[in-house]
Design a protein around this ligand. Structure first.
Ligand SMILES: C[S@@+](CC[C@H](N)C(=O)[O-])C[C@H]1O[C@@H](n2cnc3c(N)ncnc32)[C@H](O)[C@@H]1O
Length: 454
């Protein structure tokens, strides 16, 4: 793939707006807290009728020993590992409730353990969790079974155990290897610690290793960032997630503790992405979707060439399950034609489950129009192109007119009902997708909770 295109500062300024990452459509701010546990049960029961279709399961382990100041995830800081015992008691009950509503639909093609830090759980706790999961659900023979780890707090024994259960994909939080940036975000990990986890994962036979990096962190400068990317290239993880730093202080007030004067923004931030992009291209990686990279032999790369990449709350994947069932606090399900998100706090989570209810905080039933737009947005985010179909030009006349501005800016090419993102447009695909978002105008007030597109 080509080098990252050059953009004028004026265009970068115009494109740099708050916008969703479209891990769902409609996005969470459009959901309603009137969608409750009865709706959630109804959605699961609707999904129970699609018996032959494997499920995707997401389990949220919210605990971290410390809070990283950059973090935008749903995290509960806990020092006492026994907190997880109690959480597992409730998670097991929640599994029972969910499974009951899903009837005989129990086959799983994708399991993702996310957080927080799943390896906050010790070996006994991981074993308990695995037993609870497999008591209710069946992992299919070629299932993708993934876990997110923080390399610093993860012990060999935990990785060995997870591999023995059948976990085959590992995602490492790294963010940046530059000591200056690590100091700025209060999260320290050496190249050696990271290398140690990757080497062990390979010895144990994990099918692929993903590394999370973030560009746009405070004190990231070209020299240090180049060194980081060179070290990453040398470690050669099969996949790299290159997240744009989401500065969302309204939702995550602790981010205000960061040295904000040293935050790279606008063109300076984009230059960091350019550096990483070009160095990874030179090292033989392929660009996947808007912000991922993979070695050519990785399944994600093959899926891109065959236009069958898929995207959900856990990021880009090749395993396209029709329903994702989430467990744990803040977990997001996409099931039976609806989205449903779990409550945020442990007391509310425990209270709901103690009453035999699902801990649903909010959700949304997708309308036919939502489904249509979701398909368009997913195609754009995954494959960088979409054909709006026979009646697309009339159904989306307003959107096509709005896209002409982005066409003039060189982000898209429009041929009748076919919309194709250019190489610039692939990086700013959120801006293209936003044109198809029917809720965005109404969310003008809430839009400040979205991160910026640059
Ligand atoms: C929930 S974390 C789990 C990783 C693990 N707990 C760790 O710390 O290594 C998943 C990933 O989200 C990304 N992330 C967290 N906060 C972010 C932010 N504010 N902006 C962009 N990406 C972020 C990081 O790359 C992180 O590795």
């Amino acid at each position: 793939m080509s080098k990252f295109p050059v953009l004028s500062p004026e265009l970068i300024r115009r494109l740099d707006v708050p916008g969703p990452r479209y891990t769902s459509y409609p996005t969470v701010p459009a959901w309603s807290d009137e969608f409750g546990q009865c709706d959630h049960v109804r959605a699961l029961e609707a999904a129970s009728h699609v018996q032959d279709s494997p499920l995707s399961i997401y389990v949220h382990i919210p605990f971290c020993r410390e809070r990283c100041t950059f973090c935008g995830c749903n995290v509960i800081v806990a020092k006492d590992p026994r907190k997880a015992d109690r959480y597992l008691d409730f998670l097991t009950k929640e599994l029972g409730l969910v499974a009951k509503s899903l009837g005989a639909r129990r086959g799983v093609s994708r399991l993702h353990l996310g957080g927080g830090t799943p390896t906050f759980l010790d070996e006994n706790q991981l074993t308990r969790l695995w037993r609870s999961l497999t008591a209710e659900f069946t992992m299919l023979p070629d299932a993708e079974i993934a876990v997110e780890i923080d390399p610093v707090v993860t012990r060999d024994e935990q990785l060995e155990l997870l591999r023995s259960f059948g976990f085959n994909r590992l995602s490492l939080g790294v963010q940046d290897l530059d000591p200056e940036v690590q100091k700025a975000v209060d999260r320290f990990q050496s190249v050696e610690e990271t290398r140690g986890r990757i080497d062990l994962a390979r010895r144990l036979g994990f099918r692929s290793v993903n590394m999370d990096l973030i560009y746009g962190l405070p004190r990231q400068v070209q020299d240090g960032w180049r060194r980081t990317i060179a070290q990453v290239v040398e470690l050669r993880p099969e996949r790299i997630s290159m997240f744009s730093f989401a500065y969302v202080p309204k939702a995550k007030p602790h981010q205000r503790q960061l040295p904000l004067a040293d935050l790279p923004t606008g063109p300076t931030k984009l230059e960091l992405f350019r550096t990483a992009h070009d160095m990874l291209m030179d090292a033989g990686y392929l660009a996947i979707g808007m912000d991922h990279f993979a070695v050519p032999e990785d399944e994600l790369s093959l899926a891109v060439t065959e236009s069958r990449l898929w995207r959900d709350f856990q990021g880009y994947t090749i395993v396209r399950a029709s329903d994702t069932v989430a467990l744990g606090v803040t977990g997001i399900s996409c099931v039976g034609g609806a989205y449903a998100q779990g409550v945020k706090t442990l007391p509310r989570y425990e209270a709901a489950i103690s009453e035999g209810k699902l801990p649903t905080a909010r959700g949304h039933w997708l309308s036919p129009d939502d489904h249509r737009r979701k398909t368009v947005i997913t195609q754009l985010m995954c494959n960088g192109k979409v054909d709006l179909g026979a009646d697309g030009e009339s159904t989306f006349a307003k959107e096509l007119a709005a896209l002409s501005r982005l066409e003039a800016d060189g982000l898209v090419e429009i041929h009748g009902s076919l919309i194709r993102a250019t190489p610039i447009g692939r990086v700013f695909v959120r801006n293209i997708a936003m044109v198809f978002d029917a809720y965005l105008e109404r969310q003008a007030e809430g839009a400040t909770t979205f991160s910026r597109t640059v």
